[in-house]
Every structure is written in C-alpha cells, then in structure tokens.
Ligand binder design. Structure first.
Ligand code: C5P
Length: 410
C-alpha cells in the first residue's frame, strides 16, 4: 500500500536516535524508501555512515555543501518525499520549526517543505512539560504537523514520565497511516478519554457592585485551562466554563465565558450531562445583594452600604444533582491543615476526589503547583502528594488519573 513512497527522515540529537536506525529498517521492509538528514546533534549519537548503510542512500548533513547542493538542493530535498518525519524530534528542533528559524539543513528543510511533517518527540519529562515546549507544539499543530508519542516511562536521564520517543514500530504505523491518507491528525494520538465529556470550571468570578466595580479574586485560570488542554489531548470532549481571565482558550475546547457565580452555575447545568466535573474555578463566596445600574457616589461622611449574600456552591450543586457526573473533582485552596480540610470538603461537597493545594506561596497566578490528591475508598481517606510541578504537568498527571478512575468505573 505504501510501496514506492518515500519519506525524508530528520534525525535530531537525542539518545533515542538509535531507534531511528531500526525505523529505517522497518520502513525498508515495508517498501518505504528513506532519505535521511542527520543534524549535528544527531551525529553525536548515530553516524551518517550507519544511517546511509541502512537506508542505502546518500545521507545529508550540511546546509552549505557544494556537492550536496549540486546533487540535490535543500529545497528539492524538502519536497521530494511524500512525508517528512522528525525522529527524534528534540525540543530545540521543534522550537526552531515553530518559529521559522532556518540556520541549518534540518530547520531550513522544515521551513521549505510543502509536505506534512510527523514529529516523534524525545526529551526529558520537564522539557516536554515546559510551557515553552507546550506553546511550540500548539503552533506546530496549528500548522498541520502530526505527533506520535512521546510515551511514558523510564528515561535515559533517570527520571520517569512523558518524554520517551515512541517505539520504531509505532512510528512506522503512524507513517503508514498518514501515507495511506486514511487519517487526520488526531487519529495518531492515544485517545483514552474519547467519547468522555468533561466539564471544567476555571478562573475567578466577578460579582458586580455597580456598573464599574466588582468583587473578585486573584485566580488566573491557568490551572483550569491546563486541565482542559490535557483532557482534550487525551481525546475528551471538553466544556470549559471560564470566568474572566487573560488566557486564550485551548484549541478544541468548547469554552463558555461567564462573569458571575450564578452565570457559571447556569452554564454548567446547561452543559450536563458530563462524565466528569472538575471544579477548578475560584468562585467568589459572596455577591452584593444590590447591584445598581448607577455608579455609587462617594459620600463624604458615610461608607456605601455593601450588603452581601452567599453565592451558590457550584461544585456541591452539581455533585448532588440528579444528573451527577460519574466523577466529581473539587479543588481546595488552603493555607494550613491542607489535608484535613480537604477530607472534610470531600464529604461535605459529595466529591470523589479533592485536589488540595497550599496557596500560601505563589500558586495563585503562578506557573507551578503542588497538589495533594485526596480520595476516599470505602471508609478510608487516601492522600497522595505530588511534587512541585508546572501547572501543565499537574494537569497531564490529573488527566491520566482520570483515565485510571474511569477505566475502573466505566
Ligand atoms: O469551599 P471552597 O471554596 O474552599 O471549595 C473549593 C471548591 O469548590 C473548588 O473546587 C471550587 O471550584 C468549588 N466551589 C464552587 N462554588 C462555590 C465555591 C467553591 O464550585 N461557590
């Protein structure tokens, strides 16, 4: 089926480069020809000689090579294949490709190509989770790039997590699927949350006092948005009910913008049924009873009467509704007795899981989070403390936890 097809394989500088040698052999067995570019970094791990020996073709390494240009110019090289594959795709290669840098043969080829590009990322787990890499991947995706992996597991650097390059067989499968024209981008990603509807609240709420003033809090919405992105990445249908924040909604998420707690509850109820509800929003506890249409005037001798009433508890309302999602996850921002308060909240709000975080540091508005996951199985509480991680990585870890829970409770 893929016979007589040709791929251009760019081998980047990562320890996983040895797997690309196996990839060339697997592709050859399937009748797919491979032309290779090996970057400077790549040559630290595999030699052009071994790459050429396996592909049976000339290997390209230099941008400014008279002989190479005479045989095949870099523009022609970028267009002569049916598909461009970058494996291992390092953080550096993807950053260059996302931003259109072209200072060596690999990056120039990626900028010049008119073919689809498949990336098989390989890097340290922190590098993979770093906001810079996340943004670069979003840019590449919006440019129709396709990704296979990375996978979770032990890494050459001794850490554990997402970052291992996909196995050569898996990359070869992805290549064949794309070459067969059968697939669109998402078909290549593992989709354990496919057909699951996940409803998420995020950000603060804003409770008007008058047309120009309001009550609110410092929530940035970053954690809720990251969770929405992580769930979509695993194939979920996500509805994100967001208070006012300065963030761009993640691609592929159905985002509903609201201001007040009452509107947030209304939007959530309208979005049901859902398989999972995750209440990340920092909902204002109170709202002014009177929200006048007129700006309250400053008065020299008296403070304005500000009478407050309690806002609805969105989490508790959804957790007790007849449409209750199978899994209800709440957040508990505390400054002390974090676990004890989280356990109490779990019961009081009828949740399956409470993610407690100590907000005495710079969690609110910051980029990192420490999470303690409190659950109750039978009569016992379990508290699992996750190390300090970026909010992106917290979100990915939580999304994986949801997969486990949903599998156990289909
Ligand atoms: O009671 P507390 O505000 O600490 O509870 C926090 C959890 O409850 C969070 O998951 C938050 O999103 C949710 N919550 C809510 N509606 C409120 C107050 C909190 O959904 N009015």
């Amino acid at each position: 089926m893929s016979k007589d097809k040709r791929i251009l394989l760019i081998i980047g500088g990562g320890i996983a480069a040895f797997k690309s040698l196996l990839l060339i052999r697997i592709l050859a067995k399937r009748g797919i020809k491979t032309t290779c570019i090996v970057t400077k970094g790549g040559q630290e791990f595999v030699t052009p000689l071994s790459v050429g020996g396996l592909s049976g073709e000339k290997v390209f390494t230099e941008l400014f090579s008279l002989s190479d240009e005479a045989e095949m110019g870099h523009i022609e090289l970028s267009r002569s294949a049916d598909l461009v594959v970058v494996a291992p795709a390092t953080a550096d290669l993807m950053a260059k490709a996302a931003h259109g840098l072209a200072n060596d043969l690999a990056s120039t080829t990626l900028l010049a190509t008119d073919k689809r590009v498949l990336y098989a990322p390989a890097m340290n787990v922190r590098m993979w989770a770093h906001p810079a890499t996340r943004k670069n991947i979003e840019i590449l995706r919006s440019n129709h790039a396709v990704f296979v992996g990375p996978e979770e597991g032990d890494m050459a650097c001794g850490e554990f997590g997402f970052g291992r390059m996909a196995e050569p067989e898996t990359i070869a499968e992805a290549i064949e699927t794309i070459l067969s024209g059968k697939t669109e981008i998402d078909a290549l990603k593992p989709q354990p949350l496919k057909n699951k509807h996940i409803l998420i609240t995020a950000g603060p709420t804003r409770e008007p006092i008058d047309p120009v003033r309001y009550l609110s809090n410092h929530s940035s919405g970053k954690q809720g948005y990251a969770i929405a992105r992580a769930c979509v990445d695993l194939g979920a249908d996500v509805t994100l009910v967001s208070g006012p924040v300065a963030l761009t909604p993640p691609q592929g998420v159905n985002t509903v913008h609201v201001d007040t707690a009452c509107d947030m509850l209304d939007a959530c109820e309208k979005a049901l049924p859902a398989d999972v509800f995750i209440a990340v929003a920092a909902v204002a506890d109170w709202r002014p009873v009177d929200n006048t249409n007129h700006k309250i005037k400053k008065c020299k001798d008296a403070l304005p009467p500000l009478c407050l009433t309690e806002n609805p508890d969105i989490l508790r309302t959804i957790a007790n509704s007849k449409n209750r999602p199978k899994l209800v996850v709440g957040f508990a921002a505390e400054t002390d007795n974090v676990v004890k308060f989280a356990q109490a909240k779990l019961t009081k709000k009828n949740c399956d899981m409470i993610i407690a975080n100590d907000v005495s540091g710079d969690v609110m508005g910051g980029d990192n989070n420490t999470m303690i996951v409190v659950t109750k199985e039978d009569a016992d509480y379990h508290a699992e403390t996750w190390p300090l991680m970026s909010k992106e990585l917290c979100a990915q870890t939580l999304a994986k936890k949801l997969v486990q829970k949903l599998v156990r409770r289909p």
